[in-house]
Write a protein that binds this ligand. Structure first.
Ligand SMILES: Nc1ncnc2c1ncn2[C@@H]1O[C@H](COP(=O)(O)OP(=O)(O)O)[C@@H](O)[C@H]1O
Ligand SMILES: [Mg+2]
Length: 351
């Protein structure tokens, strides 16, 4: 049994034991040249499976993979998928633990605190978890805030503290490479220029992700439509029209994978009719959304009022004007509103 989320060690976002059924999708959903996936998997297996022997080499692997490239190009998804596929390959030799680190948990206002936290993570938490299963993959997303480039570190945070925290990361990675050679770090960054040079030089593989080309764009669009067609099979013919798909792809030059997948959502929301019955999605909707650049639009002209749009909602379906705060309401069949105010999920202001 894994610990419940609330009891995860500090700085750890999640912990999964792999392979697991519901983790297959990530790897399959990212469309990249075949060699990219093969190279990543080979690198991961080399370290996980043979790390102990390789750690005898003078040029020992650090068990560190860096996925770098623009936002929305599939790095995080690929990192998770890689952990699952490596775990599948190794399943007969034992389970793999995937540990996701929250790099934003480390910078701190308190002098010396970031360094202490990083050191605790790499010298206590990771080794303790690595001892439980034969294989461990540590995913550090947005690693530029974890291994901050010391030569350019200049922001409000105490630069001495940033230095020491990055030093602690390097020290920790070196120790793990020596003592726990079958731990693999998979890290991602949107901003490789901000990652410390000494950290990058420890990477066994830096894989650069690029924006998808025309052909890949068409494939991503096709795959996104297919996913919608699983729910609304009437849309299957759309997925078979390669000529239209490639025409659509031409309108999406320079888009990243995330934006391409969102195009389908924007297309489904071009017309009310389609939003209410996605089976009615047409090529026109897709082209129209692409011409408007997906979900980014300008509002103009007068829109109909809510009652003009929906004049015929029966009175029984209208809820009380009541937000459910008082103890008195006995609403006749009407649902109450409940307002929740999550306090601990406030977004950080890193940008
Ligand atoms: N090459 C790609 N092929 C298919 N889907 C992609 C690709 N790149 C990105 N996506 C989709 O975009 C979304 C964001 O991907 P993510 O892994 O978070 O990107 P990143 O970490 O690079 O910002 C995911 O839903 C993913 O499926
Ligand atoms: Mg990401």
């Amino acid at each position: 049994m894994e610990r419940p989320r609330s009891a995860l060690p500090p700085g750890v976002l999640s912990m999964h034991v792999l392979p697991a059924d519901h983790h297959d999708r990530d790897w399959d959903s990212i469309i990249v040249p075949r060699q990219v996936k093969e190279r990543l998997l080979a690198q991961a297996l080399l370290v996980l499976q043979h790390g102990r022997k390789l750690s005898m080499l003078s040029g020992l692997p650090h068990g560190l993979i860096v996925l770098a490239g623009p936002p929305g190009t599939g790095k995080t998804t690929m990192a998770r998928g890689l952990a699952q596929v490596a775990a599948l390959a190794l399943a007969r030799q034992g389970a793999t633990c995937l540990l996701e680190i929250n790099p934003h948990a480390f910078p701190s206002d308190m002098l010396g605190e970031s360094q202490r936290n990083v050191t605790r993570l790499l010298t206590e938490t990771v080794p303790e978890i690595a001892a439980r299963r034969p294989f461990t993959v540590v995913l550090i997303d947005e690693v530029e805030s974890f291994a901050v480039r010391r030569s350019t570190a200049s922001f409000e945070a105490n630069p001495v503290d940033v230095h020491r925290a990055t030093d602690a990361v390097l020290l920790g990675i070196d120790e793990i490479a020596k003592n726990l050679p079958s731990v693999l770090f998979v890290t991602t960054t949107n901003f490789i220029e901000a990652v410390d040079e000494a950290f990058l030089s420890r990477a066994d593989l830096v894989m650069r992700f690029a924006l998808p080309d025309r052909e890949t764009t068409a494939a991503i669009l096709g795959s996104s439509i297919s996913e919608v067609a699983v729910q609304w099979p009437a849309l299957l013919p759309l997925t078979r029209d390669a000529a239209r798909l490639s025409e659509l792809a031409a309108l999406c030059e320079g888009w990243d994978g995330r934006r391409l997948r969102k195009l389908i959502l924007a297309a489904l929301a071009q017309r009310l009719d389609v939003a209410r019955d996605p089976a009615k999605l047409s090529w026109d909707d897709l082209f129209s959304a692409a011409r408007k650049k997906g979900g980014v639009e300008w509002a103009g002209g007068a829109a109909p009022t809510s009652r003009e749009l929906f004049p015929d909602v029966p009175k029984e379906l209208m809820h009380d004007h009541d937000h459910g705060h008082g103890p008195h309401e006995h609403g006749h069949g009407a649902h109450k509103h409940t307002h929740t105010h999550p306090k601990d999920d406030e977004p950080h202001s890193h940008s």
